[in-house]
Design a protein around this ligand. Sequence first.
Ligand SMILES: [Zn+2]
Ligand SMILES: [Zn+2]
Length: 365
Amino acid sequence: MQISAQITQFHGVGTPFEVCDAPVTAIKDNILVRVSLSTICGSDLHTVSGRRGAETPCILGHEIVGTIATPTPLRSASGEALHEGDRITWSLTTACGTCDYCVNRNLPQKCETMFKYGHARSEGATAHSGGFATHILLRPGTAIYHIPEAMTDEEAAPINCALATVVNGLTTIGTHAGETAVIHGAGMLGIYAACYLREKEYENVAIVDTNEHRLQTAKRFGATHTFNPNKTPVSDIDAALKELTDGRGADLGVEVSGVTIGIPNLITWLAIGGRCLTLGYVYPNADISVDAHQIVTKCVTLRGVHNYHHTALGASLRFVEENRTRYPFAELIGKTYQLGDINTAFEDAMRQEAIRIAIAPSLER
Ligand SMILES: [Zn+2]
Ligand SMILES: [Zn+2]
């Protein structure tokens, strides 16, 4: 059965998105989903600005929520039946469950045959693979989760990339109640990290960004201290963090700004035995210059995490469900645009005034 659908195609840097009709057919073993809302992630902006490459044409968008459009025999990640009309979100990547990364290395997000939504050349069998479209086809090996009834699409959409990445990273590096953390970058990941660490009973959650508006937002999401490096020199931030920690420095650093001064700053601010998590460098050639003597003499752990283990998505949904009355997650979404206005939506997102800009696809033009 063919269903009428619309997609948007990214053709390369400097070329406007093309909005076109692209009927979709439900394929056996795939799940056809009608997209309700997709948010523009920082990595979509990296692709559109040419900071990182993409095979074109490509349907961008990977922070997605939608409803199942056709009956399916498949089940959710927690084993529940899936029905037409169910509101779902799903893992950014597929995993085969049998390769070395899946079985032995606990890195299914780096599966040998991994497929990543919103990042693939969209042609033939790989068409309808991104969120900036009315429909998307979910492939075998995707971990699918029901969205709790009370949760809005706005609260749910960015969980699928930003929060799940943060939760996977922080779970991997480990969190301990009573510690002091410093987060470099107050975008979506930094704000999620702030409230997550507060709920893990961190005593101090400092956040660093040059954007005052974002620092103010971070305060509403649990940040206890904010620093703007344009106003406060790195050495003064170091002194302030040491004052909070009896002269030790921060226990945990979280790099989510993607700027190359991030890791060097965090290494400077960390205590002896400190841990540094880096999630932000999702574009190539992010060369950093760091005094490695500090890493050795302070016995620092440096850990990168890319994509996320699909179980982190389940944990992230539970986190928002439990804390949605404590933090105004939906307010992190600025304006919502229709699919036909995708070029305006990206111009808006590039201004970085809102933490996230959304696109709500519909067949209306
Ligand atoms: Zn993303
Ligand atoms: Zn695999």
